[in-house]
Ligand binder design. Structure first.
Ligand code: FEO
Ligand code: CA
Ligand code: CA
Ligand code: CA
Length: 748
């Protein structure tokens, strides 16, 4: 028997795979249309301030709230609201660090709250953390790779109370797994290549349960926060949880499987990355790198497939053995819990196999955390992609709701969904029925960033923007085809390829939208393919060996303001808020003037606090600057679109310089951006939420020690991290809660 680790069979980080071969151009190709600056940034944001009151993702009082009572009657041009006072950063910057600890500023305390394997039901034993915990208990334990997260305040009547400061439900994603630390000696795999199989079903059962979502009750005690192990609200949603479909793709041929012969349902959610909220009090979990979990050996499956099916699989990257080889366990069960991960044609029809299995993933999924027995819904109107998150825009009674979304793969796009129905505050606490009202019917758009600092939203609907049966790359058949293959629809529409769109965040003061573009490489965006919104190409040499990292290894954050401060607008103005860089990098790389107290690389998590009214939190998922520092959390007070200037930068590839025009936001300085937390070794900082009073900040530490060599599983001293338990313990992903020692607001 040959034991291999996941890392040996899947050496490629699934986050790093790009599948966009469309000819969509960067605007350098279009830059002849470059306009003068007077067309730019003429937007007024003044009218937005009064109406914009929510923050996505993290919840607390920002779980979509507070909500304005009613839309004001349209009158003559409304007077600009007075600029609200900006919050002021009030903490001492944390130094960059390679230590295996969580560092926070003086005067703050970070406490571990909820770790991989922690029990969430009465009678479930504490996690042994040595690979021996009983597989069947894992649906009552914390999952692995904690990610996006929302705090739902809850009152004594067990109803949603966004302002609650001491009791809440924490809903969080468990994106993926570090297999090495889950079993006695990592994954047991027999054979190699396409013949490799998982030979221990128990291990796979653990992994099924360790993906998905947790809902846990958390309480503030006399001195600290804790989760309630026996709360009746505690719940795990995982890869075996039954879910239904709604929206345009529901009940269509594309979603028919042996499990659901009418295409109405599927089992499970996975690779849940960032999150989102609704104004009625439910949780959105977003399926990101799902494609890699399916087995589809192209040489054997393609002959059974149509050209359209092959085009769709290629665009989404559904090919290979399946990253965890789940489909290879034998014997399969009667209900195919293993075989369902085989997306190949094996039966006579689609209702006899799982050829459509991959179509049942890639969605935004709505979960009602207040109803533990409820069946989650996959909202197909929001499109199928590598969903990073779904950030709720401004909530105004009488106006449509909007969610902004990134598709995280190289050269993918930024989207928004605008509801048909106008928001009615009577739907608060409406559960999944409210979701049916607002999320199943609306318009889906993709962003095109023009070279002049403007942009447009292109509708993704059959019959418009080239999304037709005569589209040469893919002949669209119907509305379901468009949402299932929304990447291909966005290609046809001419969307702008971005440097991996991760989280979206909406400034509650202005309604402006921020999107992290975590990084890209030279292969995906060569120097000739930079554009105004993805403008840099450079080398960031790493470590003492000065290993070349070329392309845009440090990432940036683009922001835009929908015209007229109307989230349903079809045009916007944009600039680049921040560029990641080493403080020591040259001026054409360190365009935001970062210094030792705020330099960072690979922005990912991004979230505005509601309680502190506009404080922005920025988290990193980096592999470029990790010769100097572990990943981090920074606090920021952003300005607004257009507060900087147009700039012509010089990119360099080897000895070849090339200029590029972009729009650089005002340099933040340390008053505008400051490092708040540095995580332990080999982790990502992701997921963030606040209690209803903003005096507790919940932050997730994902996969400490994840690159530990498989050969070292028997040598605990050589693990890449031992956080949070220390000693020689296996590392565990975990939620930490951060409080200020004087009980004050976090960050101020
Ligand atoms: Fe799961 Fe794109 O980060
Ligand atoms: Ca992420
Ligand atoms: Ca990432
Ligand atoms: Ca991750």
């Amino acid at each position: 028997m040959t034991a291999k680790t996941h890392n040996e069979i899947a050496a490629i980080d699934p986050d790093d795979i790009g599948h966009n071969s469309s000819p969509n151009l960067s605007f350098n190709d279009l830059i002849a249309s470059r306009l003068s600056r007077r067309h730019l940034f003429g937007l007024g944001v003044g009218t937005a301030g009064a109406a914009l009151l929510q923050a996505c993702g993290g919840g607390g009082s920002g779980g979509g709230f507070p909500v304005l009572p009613a839309a004001p009657a349209p009158a003559a041009a409304p007077a600009p609201a007075p600029a609200p006072a900006a919050p002021k950063l009030g903490f001492t910057a944390v130094a960059k660090s390679l230590d295996d600890v969580v560092s926070v500023p003086p005067g703050y305390t970070a406490t571990v709250l909820y770790r991989l394997g922690d029990p969430i039901a009465a009678g479930v034993p504490a996690y042994a953390n040595d690979g021996t915990d009983a597989p069947a208990t894992y649906d009552k334990r914390a999952g692995d790779h904690h990610d996006g997260m929302t705090f739902f305040g809850i009152n004594a009547s067990n109803k949603w109370d966004p302002a609650n400061a001491s009791r809440g439900l924490l809903a969080m994603n468990h994106e993926a797994i570090t297999p090495l630390f889950l079993h006695p000696t990592g994954q047991t795999i027999v054979g190699t290549g396409n013949a490799a199989v998982r030979s221990v079903a128990d291990e796979v059962q653990r992994e099924f349960f360790l993906h998905g979502v947790s809902v846990i009750e958390v309480n503030k005690g006399a001195s600290s926060w804790s989760y309630k192990q026996d709360s009746s609200f505690n719940r795990r949603v995982h890869t075996l949880t039954e879910m239904t479909f709604s929206g345009p793709a529901a009940n269509t041929d594309y979603l028919k499987t042996k499990f659901s012969t009418n295409g109405s349902k599927t089992r499970g959610t996975l690779n849940n990355c960032a999150n989102g909220t609704t104004p009625w009090g439910t949780y959105l979990t977003c399926e990101e790198n799902w494609a890699g979990y399916f087995r589809r050996i192209t040489a054997t499956d393609n002959p059974s497939r149509s050209a359209k099916e092959i085009a769709a699989f290629t665009r989404y990257g559904v090919a290979g053995t399946g990253r965890e080889l789940w489909s290879t366990v034998t014997p399969d069960t009667a209900d195919n819990i293993y075989g369902r991960w085989n997306a190949q044609v094996t039966g006579a029809t689609a209702t006899e196999d799982y050829r459509n299995g991959a179509n049942t993933y890639g969605w935004v999924v709505e979960i009602d955390p207040f109803t533990p027995g409820s069946t989650p819904k996959k909202r197909t109107a929001l499109g199928r992609m590598g969903h990073e998150g779904a950030c709720l825009g401004p909530v105004v009674a009488g106006k449509p709701l909007v969610w902004y979304m990134g598709d995280d793969s190289r050269n993918e796009y930024i989207y928004k969904f605008v509801s048909t129905k106008a928001w009615d505050a009577a739907d608060i606490n409406g559960g999944l029925a409210a979701g049916d009202k607002y999320m199943d019917d609306g318009k889906l758009y993709v962003a095109k960033f023009n070279a002049d600092g403007t942009g447009v939203w292109l509708e993704l609907k059959l019959g418009v923007n080239g999304i037709t049966a005569s589209n040469p790359a893919y002949a669209f058949a119907d509305a379901a085809d468009v949402v299932i293959n929304v990447r291909l629809a966005a290609d046809a529409a001419g969307a702008t390829k971005m440097d991996r769109p991760e989280w979206t965040a909406v400034n509650p003061k202005t309604g402006e939208v921020y999107v992290t573009l975590t990084n890209t490489n030279a292969a995906s965006r060569p120097i000739t393919a930079t554009d105004a919104a993805n403008p840099r190409f450079y080398n960031d040499p790493k470590g003492v060996a000065a290993t070349a990292q070329t392309g845009n290894p440090n990432g940036h954050i683009v922001r835009f303001a929908d015209d007229g401060a109307d989230p349903a607008a079809l045009s916007f103005k944009w600039d680049v808020y921040l560029f990641g860089a080493r403080a020591t990098a040259s001026a054409d790389i360190n365009l935001s003037g970062l210094v030792a107290d705020n330099d960072f690389s690979s922005p990912d998590g991004l979230w505005f606090s509601s309680v502190t009214s506009g404080l922005l939190w920025l988290e990193t998922d980096d592999g470029a600057y990790t010769d100097v520092t572990n990943c981090m959390l920074l606090g920021a007070v952003p300005g607004k679109v257009g507060d900087g200037a147009a700039k012509t930068i010089t990119n360099v590839d080897g000895a070849t310089p090339r200029t590029q025009v972009t729009f650089v936001g005002k340099a933040p300085g340390t008053d505008g951006l400051r490092r708040f937390l540095v995580g332990p070794k080999d982790c990502e900082i992701t997921g963030i939420a606040e209690s209803g009073d903003g005096r507790a900040l919940f932050v997730n530490i994902q996969h400490p020690g994840e690159t530990t060599a498989a050969a070292n599983i028997g040598s605990p001293a050589l693990f890449g991290s031992h956080w949070p338990e220390g000693g020689n313990a296996r590392p565990r992903s975990a939620t930490v809660v951060i409080t200020k020692n004087d009980g004050g607001l976090i960050g101020l």
